[in-house]
Design a protein around this ligand. Structure first.
Ligand SMILES: *Cc1c(COP(=O)(O)O)cnc(C)c1O
Length: 255
């Protein structure tokens, strides 16, 4: 593992690991889903919002396609992945299922062509070059790809975590909206490490509102993960991206 801090550094391997027996694994995933649904419902109620306003994206990175299949059987329809190699293989393995695929990780321009073939929404758009690459790829694939501007909420943005600072969001949003093959759908952020997520998500809500002034159709706010979905929903999140709380702790991430 490099010295760079990533989202995954907050995690420790689960000594027990996922159940090997398919029936036991199914029961684990069902329990995880019920608990996450309970937390989402509770957060919506606390915020005076309807449960329908929040889409749950199950983040299945590092877990096998069999888990994706089970989650879909349990009623999940939105699946998130953060690496193209893994995501494209799972999308192919699950091509028979009614899944909306979300690409949530940092994206290199040379992977845009692959991602545009399966992703309905790319959450991590943070630079003009990537906008151009994704637009060309979407046109080539004959698809319309929803794009979110990833906002860096850190006081001192860390390039390794991706995202554009709030002052740069309008430029990327305008570029997406002007690009054939792409639709500007909204904004996305990951809460800064070591900071109270609530004020950070409040800043994201302000950024989202500013984007909607110029682009009323850009209504998505993708925020909130296993540890902070409550604060995200309190601050207007329309999409929460949940991995650990659904599927269990991941093995440490090695790039
Ligand atoms: C892994 C990941 C998630 C899910 O995180 P959990 O804490 O496991 O719920 C959400 N968003 C992004 C961008 C991720 O990389």
């Amino acid at each position: 593992m490099s010295g760079t801090r990533t989202v995954d550094d907050r995690e420790r391997p689960d000594p027990a690991g996922p159940a090997a027996d398919p029936e036991a694994r199914r029961a684990e995933l069902a329990r995880g889903l019920a608990e996450v649904e309970r937390r989402i419902a509770e957060a919506c109620a606390a915020a005076g919002r309807s449960r329908d306003e929040v889409t749950l994206i199950a983040v299945t990175k590092t877990y096998p396609a069999s888990d994706v299949r089970t989650l879909v059987e349990l009623g999940v329809t939105h699946i998130g992945e953060n690496r193209d190699q893994e995501a494209s293989a799972k999308a192919a393995a699950c091509a028979d299922l009614p899944i909306t695929w979300h690409f949530i990780g940092q994206l290199q321009t040379n992977k845009a062509r692959s991602v545009a073939r399966y992703a309905a929404m790319v959450h991590s758009v943070d630079r003009p070059r990537l906008v151009r690459a994704l637009g060309a790829a979407a046109v080539r694939a004959g698809r319309e790809v929803d794009c979110l501007v990833q906002v860096a909420l850190e006081r001192e943005p860390d390039p390794a975590r991706g995202g554009v600072p709030p002052a740069g969001v309008a430029e990327i949003a305008d570029a997406i909206a002007a690009t054939e093959g792409l639709r500007l759908a909204g904004v996305m952020a990951v809460a800064p490490l070591g900071e109270d997520p609530a004020p950070a998500f409040a800043r994201l809500a302000e950024v989202a509102q500013a984007v909607r002034k110029d682009h009323p159709e850009a209504r998505v706010i993708s925020a909130g993960m296993s540890g902070d979905l409550h604060q995200a929903i309190a601050n207007g999140a329309t999409h929460v991206r949940v991995g650990t709380a659904l599927l269990g702790r991941r093995k440490p991430f090695v790039r």
